[in-house]
Ligand binder design. Structure first.
Ligand code: AMP
Length: 282
């Protein structure tokens, strides 16, 4: 496995594969890797000849009061994990390598689906994601790119601009990897105190309880209110508890496939999760 830190170096590493028409798979990450990330790499390994993983903590997707400076950076450990799951090339550029010294005057804004959920809470976040992912797509020029359903809205945003801008690759969504107690794996879980780590699985438990209630005929507003109450009683500060269609449109009644979304803070740590719930007429 090679590590490249420059765009030129990456091109030199990838050009032989491109010339040989190999299938290139790409997994963008911010590092501090866990099984969720590694699952994306395993999926890429199945479909592709060459697997590239980027590790880049992207400053422009963090708000001024967010955790850009303290975000965990563990490149050496990440490299070991990636070598073990068959990654071929790690791309770990500096901020300067990605953004240069000239001002950036171009932005990418995806309308509609970025207006609510995390978009409402984190202004500019999805623009920052769209810009960096587009830059990385242009740098790596993969055939397939792999993203986690953990960041459901992010995946929808990426699918949207890839379609709107005719970016020539296929986006693959990968299911959420969870700890044994149900907590969705996240680099930010490491911020949790032991006490809060024990409380954190309440998020997934409350989603599963809501799923059962909905399947048993409970109303969507009641199911959402129950999640909110459960989280508040457990000590979370709730950012949002929402239901959407799989295409992120508002939904009032559980009469089609539905996705439940949670964002909630435990102490200073903001956690997100979601659950896709199948509707079947019975
Ligand atoms: P991040 O390093 O947090 O930017 O995440 C990089 C990629 O890994 C994104 O596509 C995330 O959706 C994905 N990812 C992060 N956590 C998980 C998880 N628990 N399960 C599946 N995918 C994940």
């Amino acid at each position: 496995m090679k590590t490249e830190t420059t765009i030129q170096g990456l091109a030199a590493s990838l050009n032989p594969a491109r010339a040989a028409r190999k299938i290139i798979g790409f997994v963008p990450t911010m590092g501090n890797l866990h099984e969720g990330h590694l699952n994306l790499v395993r999926e890429a390994r199945k479909l592709c000849d060459v697997v590239v993983v980027s590790i880049f903590v992207n400053p422009i997707q963090f708000g001024p009061n967010e955790d850009f400076d303290s975000y965990p950076r563990t490149l050496e450990h990440d490299q070991h994990l990636l070598a073990d799951v068959g990654c071929d090339i790690v791309f770990a550029p500096s901020v300067e390598q990605m953004y240069g010294n000239q001002p950036r005057l171009t932005n990418i804004t995806v309308g509609g689906i970025t207006n609510d959920l995390c978009g409402a809470q984190r202004p500019g976040h999805f623009d920052g994601v769209a810009v960096v992912v587009t830059k990385l797509f242009n740098i790596v020029q993969p055939n397939f790119a792999f993203f986690g359903q953990k960041d459901y809205q992010q995946l929808a945003v990426i699918r949207q601009f890839v379609r709107d801008l005719n970016i020539p690759l296929e986006v693959i969504g990968v299911p959420i990897a969870r700890a044994e107690d149900g907590l969705a794996l996240s680099s930010r879980n490491g911020y949790l105190s032991a006490e809060n780590r024990a409380i954190a699985p309440t998020i997934y438990q409350s989603l599963k309880t809501a799923e059962q209630a909905l399947q048993a005929g409970a109303s969507l507003p009641d199911a959402l209110a129950n999640i909110r109450n459960t989280l508040m009683q457990a000590g979370f500060a709730v950012d949002y508890v929402e239901a959407r269609t799989p295409e992120l449109q508002p939904i009032e009644v559980f009469n089609q496939n539905t996705v439940l979304f949670i964002a909630a803070k435990l102490g200073a740590t903001r956690l997100i999760d979601n659950l896709q719930i199948k509707f079947s007429e019975s």
